[in-house]
Design a protein around this ligand. Structure first.
Ligand code: ZN
Ligand code: ZN
Ligand code: ZN
Length: 390
C-alpha cells in the first residue's frame, strides 16, 4: 500500500521562510505556513496561491523559499521538496504504481491514473489545493480517471502541465541529482519492447511477470548466456542491440565452475560490448547482482569496475533476514529502494548459513524484481500479473 509520510519528511520542515513577497511588501503573517504543521493545511496553501503566482511558491508545500522549478507542472519547488522528489521519483509499489504523489512526492491517500500506460498517483491534498477544493472527492467517485499528465488539455485549475515535461524532468534530474546519468523518459507511443542480455542468472521469469516480455516471447527479445568465456564483441554486436544487460553470481546450489570473481570480470567485459557509445541518448540500463558469494576483494573490484556503490536488498520475514543480495545498477531508484542497512556481520552470517542450509528455491533475481519497475517509463509493457509473488 501507499506509505504514510516517511520520517525523513518530518525532518525537512520548511525551516526559515524567506519573507520577501513578489512586490516587496510584507506578507500577511496569517498567510504563512504554520511551522508545526507539515504540510500546511489546504486553506493556507490556497491563500498562498491566491496572493502569489505559482512560480514564487513551492507547489508541493506552499513554502515561499523557492529553490528550483517543478519539473512536471508550472510552479516552484523548495529545497526540501526537491530532495524528496528526487528520492521518490522512480519509486514504485509492488502493485506497479508509483508510491508517491507526482506533484509533492508525499501524500497519504492517492488517486491513481487509470490510463493503462501511466503509473502515476496524486494525493488528495495537492489535487484539492491546486485544481480546486473538492476535486479529489469528485475524482475518487469517478469510474475512470486519467491524470493531469495524461489529460488532453494542459490546465486544471492552478495546475498546469509543463510543455515538454520529459525534457524538463531530465534537465531537473541532471541539474539536481547527478550521481548517475538519467535518460530522458520515453512517451508511450515511442516505447519499444525491451531487449535484454541476461548473463549467468536468468531474469526472464521476473521480466515476464512484470509485463516487459510477452509470455512465450519471441526468441531474440531476451538472450540468456550461462557461459561467456568465448564470447567476443562481434557476437554481442550481432545479437544486439540491447537495452538492458543483467548479470548475477549463480544462485546457491547451482554448480559453479568458476570462482565468484570471474562473474564480475566477465559481466564487466560483456557490458562494455553491449553499451551504446558514450554520450548516446539511447536509454541503456544494467544491473549486476551478487548473491553474497563475492569476497571482500571481489566487492572492491566490482565497485571500481562498475563505478557505483552496491546497495543491499533483503527479504525480511518477521525479524529475520531470510535472504539478501548486493546490487550494482544504473536503474533509477535502485538506491532509494535498498533496505535499512544490514550489518556486515549479519550478511556474512547469512552467507555462511545458506551454505549449510538447503537454499530456498528462489534465485537472486526474485529479490531485485521490483527494481525493474522504473523501466516502465522507458519501455513498452504488456499485460501483467502484478500481484506481488515475492
Ligand atoms: Zn516545498
Ligand atoms: Zn501531493
Ligand atoms: Zn496519467
Amino acid at each position: 500500500g501507499r506509505g504514510p509520510f516517511p520520517d525523513s519528511m518530518a525532518l525537512s520542515s520548511p525551516g526559515t521562510l524567506n519573507l520577501e513577497t513578489v512586490d516587496g511588501s510584507d506578507p500577511d503573517p496569517a498567510l504563512l505556513p504554520d511551522r508545526e504543521q507539515w504540510p500546511p493545511p489546504c486553506e493556507i496553501r490556497e491563500a498562498l496561491f491566491s496572493s502569489q503566482e505559482p512560480p514564487y511558491v513551492c507547489i508541493c508545500c506552499g513554502s515561499l523559499q523557492v529553490h528550483t522549478q517543478h519539473p512536471l507542472f508550472e510552479g516552484g519547488m523548495c529545497a526540501p521538496c526537491k530532495d524528496k522528489f528526487l528520492e521518490c521519483l522512480f519509486l514504485y509499489d509492488d502493485d506497479g504504481y508509483q508510491s508517491y504523489c507526482s506533484i509533492c512526492c508525499a501524500g497519504e491517500t492517492l488517486l491513481i491514473c487509470e490510463n493503462p500506460d501511466c503509473t502515476r498517483c496524486y494525493c488528495f491534498e495537492c489535487v484539492d489545493t491546486l485544481v480546486g477544493p473538492g476535486t479529489s472527492g469528485k475524482v475518487h467517485a469517478m469510474s475512470y480517471w486519467v491524470c493531469f499528465l495524461c489529460l488532453p488539455f494542459p490546465r486544471s485549475g492552478l495546475l498546469q502541465r509543463r510543455r515538454k515535461w520529459r525534457t524538463w524532468l531530465k534537465a531537473f534530474y541532471d541539474r539536481e541529482a547527478n550521481p548517475l546519468e538519467m535518460y530522458k523518459t520515453v512517451p508511450v507511443w515511442k516505447r519499444e519492447p525491451i531487449r535484454v542480455l541476461s548473463l549467468f542468472g536468468d531474469i526472464k521469469k521476473e521480466l515476464t511477470s512484470l509485463g516487459f516480455l510477452e509470455d512465450g516471447s519471441k526468441p531474440g527479445r531476451l538472450k540468456h548466456l550461462d557461459d561467456v568465456t568465448n564470447v567476443v564483441r562481434r557476437d554481442v554486436n550481432e545479437w544486439g542491440p540491447f537495452d538492458l544487460t543483467y548479470g548475477s553470481t549463480p544462485a546457491l546450489g547451482h554448480t559453479c565452475d568458476h570462482p565468484p570473481g570471474w562473474y564480475v570480470y566477465q559481466f564487466h567485459r560483456i557490458l562494455q560490448y553491449a553499451r551504446p557509445l558514450p554520450g548516446s541518448p539511447q536509454p541503456f540500463f544494467w544491473m549486476f547482482v551478487d548473491n553474497l558469494v563475492l569476497t571482500e576483494e571481489d566487492l572492491d573490484v566490482a565497485t571500481r569496475f562498475l563505478e557505483t556503490d552496491p546497495v543491499t536488498i533483503q527479504d525480511v520475514r518477521g525479524r529475520t533476514v531470510q535472504n539478501a543480495v548486493r546490487v550494482w545498477s544504473n536503474i533509477p531508484a535502485v538506491k532509494s529502494r535498498h533496505s535499512a542497512l544490514v550489518s556486515q556481520e549479519e550478511l556474512s552470517l547469512l552467507a555462511q548459513d545458506r551454505q549449510r542450509v538447503k537454499p530456498l528455491a528462489q534465485g537472486p533475481a526474485t529479490l531485485v524484481k521490483n527494481c525493474f519497475l522504473p523501466l516502465r517509463e522507458y519501455f513498452k509493457y504488456f499485460s501483467t500479473e502484478l500481484t506481488s509473488s515475492l
